[in-house]
Design a protein around this ligand. Structure first.
Ligand SMILES: [Zn+2]
Ligand SMILES: [Zn+2]
Length: 155
């Protein structure tokens, strides 16, 4: 892999305009992959209280069309964002929603090429139960109350 140049630097080198909003969202997404738009908005507001939700949505769409970030619904009804990176697989926990990035166990591009297909983006998701959640269900009895926000199955 090439030296890691910061994403704003890379964009500037490509002649793209990097506004403060774009830079801020990129920093947030880079440090916290797989957040959804409202989580990104919450963090962005912590840094710049004047940023609006509409700006966040617009900037996310733009960064996506610039091929800088990818979105993935991860089995939910809204998008999660991450920096564009090498082909990888998402291990998604159906209990707590944790998402693990792991390297793809095969080369998706070669796989496509053998079928005369040019792969441009990979979205591979394996759904299961993470280590923590399995330990919880094995171990201590979990009371119905007191589980963290977002925990438990969706209605
Ligand atoms: Zn889990
Ligand atoms: Zn990922």
């Amino acid at each position: 892999m090439a030296d890691r140049v910061s994403m704003p630097e890379r964009l500037r080198a490509e002649g793209k305009r990097v506004t403060r909003e774009r830079e801020l969202l990129l920093e947030i997404i880079d440090a916290n992959p797989h957040l959804d738009a409202s989580e990104i908005y919450d963090r962005a507001r912590g840094v710049n209280p004047r940023i609006g939700l509409a700006t966040v949505y617009r900037t996310l769409r733009l960064l996506e069309t610039m091929d800088v970030i990818d979105s993935n619904d991860l089995g939910e009804d809204h998008s999660h964002y991450e920096m564009r990176q090498d082909d990888h697989v998402h291990l998604v926990c159906s209990e707590c929603g944790a998402v693990l990035d792991v390297a793809a166990p095969f080369d998706p591009r070669a796989f496509g090429r053998r079928r005369g297909f040019e792969i441009r983006q990979t979205r591979l998701e394996l759904v299961g139960v993470c280590d923590d959640c399995r330990a919880k269900s094995r171990g201590e009895h979990r009371p119905d109350l007191g589980s963290g926000p977002g925990a438990g199955p969706r209605p």
